[in-house]
Write a protein of this length. Structure first.
Ligand code: PLP
Length: 391
């Protein structure tokens, strides 16, 4: 399959003259994703939220099938949640940790996840350890193997870190986890929508993602995958009358499916938008998307490398669509502001978002551009030309 760039650009509803390279922050929704949401909001306005939900029930249910197709799982293994963090936390805080348990994680782990590890370390006496990286920056599988013992309760890694183009070898890590029967969580927040995800190939027990980034869905919605074989071992840290049934005055029963991690009230327009965004990506083909994203990101790195004051900060043997850089003598925030004034949207990544990696590599605040398949070579050239004017 090849990419019909013109058709894809015709689907953009963005303001003319803007160049959107903040796809790692929040991407642009295709027109059909916007329309799906607007249509549902209009229905809610005309018949009320509850009736709208009843009328659209089949489409709302089909969102679970869309997620299941995206990551190769069963729809009963999917919970649709407010964002990636909520999904991740619901699963993580369900794990019955005991004093002395070890959590092994990646050096480029996302701040929110690491904060949760530190919290259970503080409250339950769990030990948090980072798996050393290879020379090129990925989680080192040999080092991981050497760290395994019977106290390792969890391996939990970020697939694509928030601060650069690194892609961690989640399937190889999963093979180790599976071999030793260790619970395995993958944060796929930055990879969903730009890299093919197959939970069976990855061997993960839990995987989380958000709607608004490379999936090009709405804000305020994400999903959580929980493997059916581990579901019954996980008791959600919070429950309500949706996730559990109140069966007697002194007793409740949890839902049998992954929706035990959801709660009752939801933004159905956003859910429908998520489903439409996933279907849109699947129609194009994730492999086609991945190829184009990788090609454009490599081109951007080449263009940036040619600017003497710029240091491209991405690590990893195979890099994805996130391209980060710094510039001698100019703060990242100043560059971002200058680019924004010139209608080029990127974001910044601060060391605190991936502290272990940032400390190890002594990273400053970085300019973060997230390249997506709808971007053009001309847009990347415009970014670099504007960066040059910053010098
Ligand atoms: C790697 C990673 N994980 C998790 C998250 C959190 O996602 P959300 O804001 O949807 O909770 C982010 C957000 O930037 C992220 O980059």
């Amino acid at each position: 399959m090849s990419l019909n760039k013109q058709a894809i650009r015709d689907d953009l509803t963005s303001k003319p003259g803007y160049i959107h390279l903040d796809n790692a922050g929040a991407s642009l929704m295709p027109r059909c994703v916007l329309d799906t949401q607007v249509k549902h909001l209009q229905l809610e306005a005309s018949v009320g939220g509850y009736e709208a939900e009843r009328l659209e029930n089949q489409r709302i249910e089909a969102v679970y099938d869309s997620v299941a197709r995206l990551i190769n799982c069963h729809r009963n293994e999917v919970a649709i949640v407010e964002n990636a963090s909520v999904g991740w936390m619901m699963a993580f805080y369900s794990i019955p940790f005991e004093r002395g348990d070890r959590i092994l994680t990646a050096e480029a782990e996302y701040a929110s996840n690491y904060l949760a590890y530190l919290q259970v370390a503080r409250e339950r006496g769990v030990v948090v350890e980072t798996i050393p990286s290879t020379g090129s920056g990925e989680v080192c599988i040999e080092s991981l193997r050497a760290m395994i013992d019977d106290r390792v309760r969890l391996i939990s890694v970020t697939h694509v870190p928030t601060n650069g183009g690194l892609v961690n070898p989640v399937a190889a890590i999963g093979a180790v986890a599976r071999e030793h029967g260790i619970f395995y969580i993958v944060d796929a927040c930055q990879s969903a929508g730009q890299i093919d995800l197959d939970v069976d190939a990855i061997h993960c027990d839990v995987l989380t993602a958000t709607g608004r980034k490379f999936l090009r869905g709405p804000r305020g919605v994400g999903f959580l995958y929980v493997r059916s074989t581990v579901l019954d071992t996980l008791h959600p840290p919070m429950i309500d009358l949706f996730s559990a049934h109140w069966v007697a005055a002194d007793r409740y029963e949890l839902r049998a499916d992954a929706r035990r991690f959801e709660n009752w009230e939801n933004n159905y327009a956003a859910r429908l938008g998520l489903g439409r965004a996933i279907d849109y990506a699947l129609d194009i083909g994730i492999e086609v998307i991945e190829r184009e994203v990788t090609r454009l990101a490599a081109l951007l790195r080449d263009l940036l490398h040619a600017v003497p004051a710029v240091t491209v900060q991405d690590i990893g043997r195979h890099k994805c669509g996130i391209v980060t850089f710094s510039m001698a003598g100019i703060e990242a925030v100043e560059i971002e502001t200058y680019l924004r004034k010139n209608r080029i949207l990127v974001s910044v990544s601060s060391p605190a978002s991936t502290l272990i990696d940032a400390n190890r590599r002594q990273l400053p605040v970085l300019v973060r551009s997230g390249v997506h398949y709808f971007n053009t070579e001309a847009e990347l050239e415009a970014l670099v030309a504007t960066v040059k004017r910053c010098c």
